[in-house]
Design a protein around this ligand. Sequence first.
Ligand SMILES: [Ca+2]
Ligand SMILES: [Ca+2]
Length: 71
Amino acid sequence: MKTLHKTLALVALASSSAAFAAVDFDSFDTDGDGIISKTEAQVNSQLVQLFDQLDTDGNGELSKEEFSKVQ
Ligand SMILES: [Ca+2]
Ligand SMILES: [Ca+2]
């Protein structure tokens, strides 16, 4: 029973974080150009705080690859 609960918890965690990753980039990228601009990031204060850290090439925009480091 204990093991089953552990497994279920892991499955729930894995599927929810996958859903988060799949949904979020596109929901932030409101103009659909494949990158998140600083303006688009404003909707999430956490993302605003992380923005400069995530923007590893320093071009002021987050690519899908840069954004994927959020997880
Ligand atoms: Ca965009
Ligand atoms: Ca960048």
